[in-house]
Design a protein around this ligand. Structure first.
Ligand code: TMP
Length: 204
């Protein structure tokens, strides 16, 4: 039987990493991965796109590098794992692309390209559950500042852009039946109860 493909989504500072660490304890047999950076090639692409290895990039280049990472990730890791019956949890997916590149970067003209690319890239690995951790953008920004995080290219976006990204997640969720929006502006344990319940429901 094909495994389940679950993605954890949300704006920067929403608590994805923390929730994934908790999931690892309860679901140790799953494959845990991420976009960008879930494969050796993807790690290179992550450095290029998030840490300006080749300087500041045109937005179109940025979008295609995220797609290249995704194509490699689906082919090398996600689709084979699902086919082998393993469930996969990915820290981000193409849902982030809708939020960041289409809404945050204000490129609605890219939407059909992204949709067509994602349909092809993920034709053997449709998402079973997209957990979207939602919180006000200023709370995410505040959390990251408190944690003293060094900001990457995407995290340097303005609060206004972060708000567009949040809207992008919520708008995308409306069109994705597998999406489950969870209020992330609560204590970690409370959020996790909902996250775990959503994962358990999709495994049934
Ligand atoms: P993270 O893995 O530490 O969350 O960093 C990934 C960053 O890349 C984050 O700011 C969201 C951004 N991103 C995009 O802009 N487009 C994408 O398609 C993906 C997967 C991530």
């Amino acid at each position: 039987m094909q495994g389940k493909f679950i993605v954890i989504e949300g704006g920067d500072g929403a608590g994805k990493d923390t929730q994934i660490e908790l999931l690892k304890k309860d679901f140790p047999d799953f494959v845990y991965t991420r976009e960008p950076g879930g494969t050796p090639l993807g790690k290179e692409l992550r450095e290029i796109v998030l840490h300006e290895k080749y300087g500041s990039l045109p937005l179109l280049t940025e979008a295609f590098l995220f797609l290249a990472d995704r194509a490699q990730h689906a082919a090398e890791l996600v689709a084979p794992a699902l086919a082998a019956g393993k469930s996969v949890i990915s820290n981000r997916s193409w849902v982030s692309m809708m939020a960041y590149q289409i809404y945050g970067r204000n490129q609605p003209e890219l939407k059909p390209i992204v949709e067509a690319s994602v349909a092809e890239i993920y034709k053997n690995a449709p998402i079973d559950l997209a957990i979207i951790l939602d919180l006000p953008s200023e709370v995410g920004l505040h959390r990251q500042r408190e944690a003293g995080k060094a900001f990457d290219v995407m995290e340097q976006m303005s609060l206004e852009d972060r708000t567009k990204i949040r809207d992008g997640f919520l708008e995308t969720a409306k069109t994705l039946p597998q999406a489950k929006v969870i209020d992330a502006n609560r204590p970690v344990e409370e959020v996790y109860k909902d996250v775990k319940a959503a994962v358990e429901a999709v495994l049934k």
